[in-house]
Ligand binder design. Structure first.
Ligand code: FMN
Length: 210
């Protein structure tokens, strides 16, 4: 092989490697043991925004949190949170970290990379949001919601996000993680960063750290 050809192949290999998606297969979630539910209920609280815990979660901790938020808990058609008529979750959860943005895929319990950018500095109206190691972003998915009666879509996606975020609060309490519900968000910026459909709406964030 000529030296020229060698360098062309080397650059192609480099480009492919650097643009390859970095999906993450999460470890299986913890589904037994842990803090009793009533103790977690007693501890449920928002971590202070101004002094938000700055340490990143481990993959196991993130796995537990995402599974609690919207994971499968009964075969392939039952979830940790209730949905209208048992429909598949119509609120998606994205995780924004310093490594990029990932969509939680409850089917495979994986994180699917949607962007390599760190968008955390530009998603919240309060400055401390940028410093949270991970922000979960809850998005009402208009395509999934087309299965719900039109007049109920907004209400039902809020109900779903309420159940999901409370699960995040409880599992965080049980594991000693810090979390905080955030409504004050930069929705247009998030929609653009996540390349969301026009009718999708961003409901809230849950900051995570320890
Ligand atoms: C609907 C809702 C919206 C909220 N929005 C924000 C917000 O934009 N920024 C923030 O710092 N905290 C926000 N929070 C967190 C609340 O301030 C917090 O839950 C409240 O002070 C009660 O504290 P606790 O969760 O420890 O009981 C929100 C909470 C809820 C339930």
């Amino acid at each position: 092989m000529s030296i020229g050809k060698f360098f062309v192949l080397l650059s192609l290999a480099f480009l492919t490697a650097s643009s390859a998606s970095a999906d993450v297969k999460l470890p299986a979630p913890q589904t037994s043991g842990g803090m009793p539910l009533f103790e977690a209920l007693k501890l449920r609280a928002s971590a202070p925004g101004g002094d938000f815990p700055a340490t990143e979660l481990s993959d196991q901790e993130l796995s537990n949190v995402l599974w609690a938020a919207t994971g499968l808990n009964r075969g392939d058609k039952g979830w940790t949170v209730p949905m209208d008529r048992g429909l598949p979750p119509y609120v998606d959860v994205y995780a924004a970290t310093r490594n990029g943005v990932f969509l939680y895929d409850w089917r495979s319990h994986s994180l699917l990379e949607t962007s390599k950018k760190d968008i955390r500095p530009n998603i919240g109206l309060q400055s401390f949001v940028a410093g949270a190691p991970c922000s979960l972003i809850f998005v009402a998915n208009s395509e999934s919601l087309s299965a719900v009666n039109e007049s109920l879509r907004s209400q039902f996606s809020s109900v779903a996000a309420g159940a999901m975020t409370q699960d995040v609060y409880l599992v965080s309490a049980a594991m000693g993680l810090g979390t905080r519900y955030i409504h004050s968000i930069k929705e247009p910026e998030i929609k653009s960063a996540l390349s969301l459909a026009g009718e999708d709406s961003v409901i809230c964030l849950m900051l995570l750290g320890k």
